[in-house]
Design a protein around this ligand. Sequence first.
Ligand code: GLU
Length: 296
Amino acid sequence: MQYIGRFAPSPTGHLHIGSLLTAVASFLDAKANGGAWLVRMEDLDKPREVAGAADDILRTMDAFSLHWDGEVVYQSQRHALYRAALEELKRKNAVYPCYCSRKTVQENGRQGIDGIIYNGNCRFRQPNNPAQKTPAWRIKTHNQVIVFEDKIFGIQQQNIEQEVGDFVLLRADGEWAYQLAVVVDDCHQGVTHIVRGSDLLLSTPRQIYLYQQFNFSLPEYAHLPLLTNAWGQKWSKQTLAPALDLSQKEQLLQQVLAYLNLPQPIPDENCNALLQWAILHWDIQKVQPQAIVCGG
Ligand code: GLU
């Protein structure tokens, strides 16, 4: 079996315990399956990006002996690929320009599972004089249920038309939406297995829908349990996840391996030896979907 996995951090801050869990699990799953493990910096969201964070993340991964294969890919250098993908969808009449303001979308839509469901105004009634405004581009969704089996969360299903609505691929301000960029990149990089945080579980049907539009073959999915603070909030930059203390890196790695249900006792070794041991003992079926409360 050919296996290409990846870790795709957004350089919005330091690596924290939650992103370490994702990095370690995607690395172990790739290596235990004799696969390659790629790293892609998802640096499309310029306002949220923190200067120096991408290099800091890579240095931290190196410190944990999480060594990736090939060159790091930066989304900010791949606009031409996203543009070509959108052009393909335009040719297929699968997308349409949307001139509605954020306010109109909010006022006329209804609440969905991941934000407001667009009421489809521009899909059915194109404005007469659109030339003065740069549109966003939305994909047409259809009344169809997308079903997939996640290796950790089991069977998932979603009707994207009814639960999410026609979603944006290119924003009116010219920024590419995560949903489009992630699918185009995973396809171009030949990614066969996606192991990532379960905050993205709800996005997966939208991404599968895009794979279908492009006639790309689907990857396998495994979504990891979230690590939360005592209030049940996912550790992230917004919840002030502390930076990893590299003087404690072996303990942090042991902690993460315990969350992933590696067999006890976890040896007392340096990071490289710990990872080699974990590759031999890795069993994705043992990872449980329930969120884990931890100190960060
Ligand atoms: N860049 C996303 C994040 O840091 C992950 C995207 C993905 O793995 O598909 O949350």
